[in-house]
Design a protein around this ligand. Structure first.
Ligand SMILES: Cc1cc2nc3c(=O)[nH]c(=O)nc-3n(C[C@H](O)[C@H](O)[C@H](O)COP(=O)(O)O)c2cc1C
Length: 253
């Protein structure tokens, strides 16, 4: 069973090679408007997006996001932010205290941002544009906050490159569906499913050349999804985030 929306979704691949051609303001606004149609917790719309098109600022964002070359190459960089500052103003207007510092508020905003981003990503892809999410934007969050002039209660959760793909993206296999789909009650995935997926990812060659990244050297047959993922989650990345979030007003009470 398929249709044009499902086909579009199935063709998704992150784009990391862009043509130099610009993306019009009209297209960017169309994409953000599509993002805004996403469902949002209690219609609170706890997000904002900062669009960066000037080369100088894109290069600065690239430097702050782990020097990923495709950030400098893409004509547009979108910084998707959790934004509780608007509701601070709403509370002031209505004469209520703003209980912004609770974990629940951060979760609400994080889910809202995720939905907006993904709607926008699909809209972009439907127009022939390519995107790549950039978690690297949290490498140096405080510097990004300052560069983009983000006020208190606004936090840059995720970046996104946007532009015209140089070539169609590679489609990465996903986990077998029965590893993620549970009927009625949770069933842990079994080892054979994970090994099969590891093999499928090895065959794409996507991890080739990464056998020494951040750990003991492995042969290319040993460095697949299992090794990649285990290495990724075996370290505490960005430990400074907790304090930066607290300083930005997200106290996680
Ligand atoms: C929240 C998030 C952050 C990501 N950050 C980066 C990033 O900093 N750099 C990058 O090249 N890709 C990044 N990606 C892209 C993922 O690597 C990619 O989605 C994943 O490997 C699956 O590949 P696909 O999107 O091509 O299917 C990110 C994806 C998500 C959802």
């Amino acid at each position: 069973m398929s249709n044009s929306v499902i086909e579009l979704i199935q063709q998704h691949g992150s784009v990391r090679n862009y043509k130099p051609d610009s993306v019009s303001t009209d297209l960017i606004e169309t994409i953000v408007a599509a993002g805004q149609r996403a469902s949002t917790s209690s219609n609170l719309q706890m997000y904002s997006v900062v669009v960066t098109t000037t080369a100088e600022k894109r290069i600065q964002l690239m430097a702050l996001s782990g020097n990923q070359a495709h950030i400098g190459q893409a004509p547009v960089f979108l910084t998707w932010c959790a934004d509780l500052s608007r509701l601070e103003r709403v509370c002031k207007l209505q004469g209520y205290p703003h209980e912004s510092g609770h974990i629940e508020n951060f979760l609400l905003a994080t889910v809202d941002v995720s939905l907006v981003m993904q709607n926008a990503a699909l809209a972009a892809e439907s127009l022939g544009l390519g995107i790549c999410y950039i978690g690297g934007i949290r490498n140096q969050s405080q510097a990004v906050i300052e560069l983009l002039n983000l006020p208190r209660l606004v936090f840059p959760l995720c970046g996104m490159t946007l532009g015209w793909p140089e070539q169609p993206p590679r489609i990465r296999p996903r986990l077998p569906m029965n590893a993620v789909l549970h009927w009625e009650q949770y069933q842990p995935d079994d080892r054979s499913q994970l090994l099969a997926y590891d093999q499928a990812m090895l065959e794409t060659g996507i991890y080739r050349g990464r056998q020494v990244s951040g750990g003991e050297a492995k042969t290319s047959q040993e460095y697949g999804w299992l090794e990649h993922s285990a290495r990724r989650v075996s370290k505490n990345h960005r430990p400074e985030l907790r304090q930066i979030l607290i300083d930005a007003g997200f106290e996680m009470k």
